[in-house]
Write a protein that binds this ligand. Structure first.
Ligand code: GTP
Ligand code: SPV
Ligand code: MN
Length: 610
């Protein structure tokens, strides 16, 4: 028997409520030992993981890990939000009764950490001193050392964060048990994985994965599902899958802050990390605040504020290279202590590679293993075209490694938000950008966000699906109240952000090429939005918002086919009219949707009819 109290005492873990929680779950999962970790333990834990072969070196101060081949992305159908109130059931939150789920997970976790160490990870999902700090503290328990390394990069990890809580019990209880990955029936009717957020008890119970948002519980489960529930129940804030960036205009000295939601694997990390295009770099500089989560609230001055609760980046590797995203490449350079997961790995040179890292894969196949660990050189003809890296392979690095990190990114006051944007992968219909000045129409636009499914979520790639505010996989309460809470928070602000819908992914129907070059060039659309907000340009009114007039978009140094630009800046009315029918059915699923949202829908419909 482990003397739990002895371990916690010598680790300076003073919070009696946390001790009680650790004792309780250790009694269930039955680990061989318990260890409290803080960020300062990183170097030692890295060594231990290397010694045990849980990670391998990938260059100087870089590491490589491979997850089980059936454990490479979030699993939406295994993800559940549980509470004790059936009224919390929504369309997307996969609601189940709390009592049933706690019993189920307790059963699955019982004895499941035998022979392993249980790591106790006290963390904070906010900069210390934030007005939302009381919603940010958590303690993850995990029986997986590699998960600890990832948590240290993605969240602020230190026992201090939970020792001095004003209310000692107000931390999120986040229990992660890996399970026997090779025998969980992933994707079959006998699937044993359960990823449950018991939102009204602020308890997260995840069983059966060691990957990403399934296993790093500070990020998606606490930072999004729990936080959006807390934001709603408290009435105080919004927790959203949003990136957050700043645009510094060096000429005027002004900084603009823009946040916004794009569904998973649709460009948040790339947008927040972008460098200004060369031709605009003398005047503008983009500052990175966050790439995946923003918490939003209204400050005492009546402005909307936002902050990134995370400490690191869990970024998609595919297509990341010096041209598309040089800042991301810098953030995973030698010495950054970054960890790559499920990319291709060379056992001899310790290099890593993924699709789009270079135009062609390395010519010399010697030593190269694909993401499953199979030698590329041994591939049969039939296997030759399979990707080397998993399409959802990722890199994990801290914000401090991001070269364009904003100097005030840890300011507990957050930053005032000038604009909220929505965007998804849509191959037609959605123009480059359309601005929306009315709050209800902006919220309506977020609720009708659609995107093609991507590799980050299991689903059919390329198929369009609605993803309200990019929160569909993270929704914790019903969509009607969600919309009402959004309207209430934004309308509480006396100085309101402008909204916009953007699309970097429109394609030519004939040859499939992207009409817009994307990446760094996306800044051009955002600059126009800020000029519109400032009254410096007027734009062109359309039934679905204000579009840039062709001469208003700053295209200095950009070569673009004029026909493509025309398509990017026009509305296909017939396609939009068809879309309105789909939207009507989409919105009709949500009971209690505020009348303002329906009114916005009717206004847009009427405008499209002319
Ligand atoms: P999550 O971490 O899953 O939430 O994804 P994300 O929204 O942060 O997406 P990310 O920025 O990682 O981009 C996902 C994929 O889209 C990557 O393969 C990018 O290279 C690609 N991508 C990002 N921005 C653009 C763009 O402007 N144009 C094009 N064509 N591709 C892009
Ligand atoms: C996403 O899928 O949107 C992610 C990755 O950010 S994960 O943390 O695995 O959810
Ligand atoms: Mn995400």
């Amino acid at each position: 028997m482990i003397d739990v109290d002895d371990v916690l005492e010598s680790a300076q873990l003073k919070n009696e409520k946390v001790r009680e929680y650790v004792r309780y779950w250790a009694g269930i999962t039955d680990p061989d030992s318990i260890e409290v970790v803080s960020a300062a333990d990183d170097a030692r834990l890295i060594r231990e993981c290397l010694d045990a072969g849980e990670i391998v070196p990938a260059g100087d101060g870089l590491y490589y890990s491979r997850s089980y081949y059936k454990d490479t992305a979030r699993s939406e159908e295994r993800t559940i939000v549980a509470t004790s109130d059936p009224a919390d059931k929504g369309v997307y939150n996969n609601w189940r009764p709390a009592a049933e789920m706690k019993e189920k997970l307790t059963g699955l976790m019982r004895g499941a950490s035998a022979g392993k160490t249980m790591y106790v990870i006290p963390y904070l999902m906010s900069p210390p001193g934030s007005p939302l700090e009381r919603y940010a503290a958590g303690v993850q328990l995990t029986d997986n050392r590699s998960v600890v390394l990832h948590m240290i990069r993605m969240a602020r990890v230190n026992v201090e964060h939970i020792n001095n809580l004003e209310d000692q019990g107000s931390f999120v209880r986040a229990v992660h048990v890996t399970g026997d990955l090779e025998n969980l029936g992933q994707g079959t009717p006998e699937d044993e994985r359960y990823f449950v957020t018991v939102a009204d008890e602020r308890t997260i119970l995840h069983f059966g994965s060691a990957y990403g948002g399934n296993a790093l519980l500070g990020k998606i489960a606490h930072g999004l599902r729990q936080s959006s529930y807390d934001g709603w129940r408290s009435g105080i804030f919004l927790g959203e899958q949003f990136m957050l960036l700043g645009i510094v205009d060096k000429q005027t000295g002004k900084t603009y802050h823009i946040c916004g939601g794009f569904p998973s694997a649709s460009g948040k990390t790339n947008l927040a990390m972008m460098l200004a295009p060369d031709a605009l770099g003398d005047r503008y500089h983009v500052e990175f605040y966050g790439d995946d989560i923003a918490w939003l609230w209204v400050g005492d001055d009546g402005r909307l504020y936002g902050m990134n609760p995370e400490f690191g980046v869990f970024g998609v590797a595919k297509d990341t290279n010096e041209l598309t995203n040089p800042t991301a490449m810098d953030s995973i350079a030698p010495g950054t202590q970054a960890i790559f997961t499920n990319v291709a790995y060379n056992t001899k040179t310790h290099e890593v590679w993924w699709e789009g890292r270079t135009k062609n894969p390395p010519a010399d196949l010697d030593g190269w293993l694909d993401w499953k660990g199979n030698a590329i050189a041994d591939r049969t003809d039939a296997e030759a075209d399979e990707p080397w890296a998993h399409p959802n392979s990722r890199f994990t690095t801290t914000l401090a490694n991001v070269p364009n990190a904003a100097p005030d990114d840890a300011d507990p006051r957050g930053v005032p938000i000038d604009a909220i944007i929505f965007g998804g992968r849509t191959r037609d219909r959605e123009p480059l950008i359309r601005a929306i000045t009315d709050v209800a129409e902006g919220v309506y636009d977020g609720l009708t966000l659609g995107a093609e499914a991507t590799a980050a979520a299991e689903g059919v790639e390329g198929q369009l699906r609605y993803d309200p505010m990019s929160m569909r996989p993270f929704m914790s309460y019903p969509e009607g109240p969600y919309a009402a809470h959004w309207l209430e928070v934004i309308n509480r602000a006396t100085e309101r952000p402008i909204f916009a819908h953007v699309n970097w992914f429109q394609r030519d129907p004939e040859d499939g090429h992207f009409l817009w070059p994307g990446y760094r060039e996306n800044l051009r659309a955002l600059l126009w939005l800020m000029q519109l907000k400032n009254g410096e340009v007027a734009g062109v009114e359309s039934p679905v918002g204000i579009l840039p007039a062709k001469d208003e978009l700053n295209l200095d140094g950009l070569e673009i086919d004029p026909a493509d630009l025309d398509t990017l800046l026009t509305i296909d009315t017939a396609r939009w009219q068809q879309e309105m029918g789909f939207r009507e059915r989409h919105l009709a699923q949500f009971p209690g949707l505020p009348e303002e949202i329906w009114a916005a829908h009717r206004r847009v419909s009427a405008a499209l009819r002319g």
